[in-house]
Ligand binder design. Structure first.
Ligand SMILES: [Fe+2]
Length: 273
């Protein structure tokens, strides 16, 4: 619940894949600094951690960086994640799970995201609500209370799913996202990730209202990008999995969503990449 009319900014991201050699810290810092400087609420939808360790068939020398090659991997990766996120701790709204965190959970019975949230909540300003655990998929309902009237708006409804499937080099996952949109009713926004793409689509849905008039409303789909590098730096001869599969270079960074709430009007949305 947000108080009052005005503009509210959210930064939507996923697929940082922290912990391996292919995590692009420069782009991570650039986008999250911008989110914090603009006062955005940061929402992340999974694969914050790569966490491909030796029990995982995808493991290779580059999936765990040297500073994390420890018997106490869980402690080491959480310590580094806390340092990475500390500058943004008061801006985080929620963290979701991706297939990488789910694989780790299956191998070791450890939910890295729940543990990270607990560590970050301890560092967060006490006047803020705790960071939400968003799981693999779900809904976010942003409601805005008008200070002028004291009444509340119906709000803006988002559905999210970390994502599924393979790289989709031609369609960029648009068909899969539209197919998934068929499963959810009455949302203004569907957020997907996992494919390391960055796009948004504005589509329209129309229906008859109670007065029998045809009314349209926009429904947006967004794919929120990554901070994992597909191709290696020159002179690095360890094989990247994405490179061997011929994946296209991934676009870095997430999506900024601005919601504008005005008295007695529908909430409007704007998307920036
Ligand atoms: Fe993923």
């Amino acid at each position: 619940m947000y108080e009052g009319v005005g503009q509210y900014l959210f930064y939507l991201g996923a697929d940082d894949h922290f912990g391996g050699d292919d995590f692009n810290q420069k782009s991570f810092v650039q986008y999250h600094d911008e989110a914090a400087n603009r006062g955005a609420v940061i929402l992340k939808f999974g694969d914050q951690v790569g966490a491909i360790t030796h029990r995982d068939p995808r493991y290779s020398a580059r999936t765990v960086k040297d500073s994390l090659k420890k018997d106490y991997f869980v402690n080491a990766v959480l310590d580094e994640l806390v340092e990475l996120w500390k500058p943004y701790v008061d801006y985080i709204g929620g963290f979701g799970m991706g297939n990488h965190e789910v694989s780790f959970l299956k191998f070791y019975g450890v939910n890295l995201i729940m543990m990270l949230i607990a560590r970050l909540n301890a560092l967060r300003s006490k006047n803020l609500r705790p960071i939400a655990y968003l799981d693999y998929c779900g809904f976010i309902w942003m409601t805005f209370k008008s200070s002028a009237t004291g009444g509340s708006y119906s709000g803006y409804k988002a559905a999210y799913h970390h994502g599924f499937g393979s790289n989709a080099p031609v369609t960029e996952g648009i068909i899969a996202a539209k197919r998934f949109l068929n499963n959810v009713d009455d949302v203004d926004l569907l957020i997907v990730s996992h494919l390391h793409k960055n796009w948004s689509i504005r589509t329209e849905r129309f229906r008859l209202n109670r007065q029998g008039n045809v009314v349209c409303r926009p429904v947006r789909l967004v794919q929120v990008g990554t901070h994992q590098q597909t191709y290696k730096e020159p002179g690095d001869f360890n094989m990247s999995w994405a490179e061997t599969k011929g994946f296209p270079p991934a676009p870095y960074g997430g999506v900024f969503l601005t919601l504008t709430a005005a008295d007695r009007k529908e909430i409007t949305a704007r998307v920036e990449h």
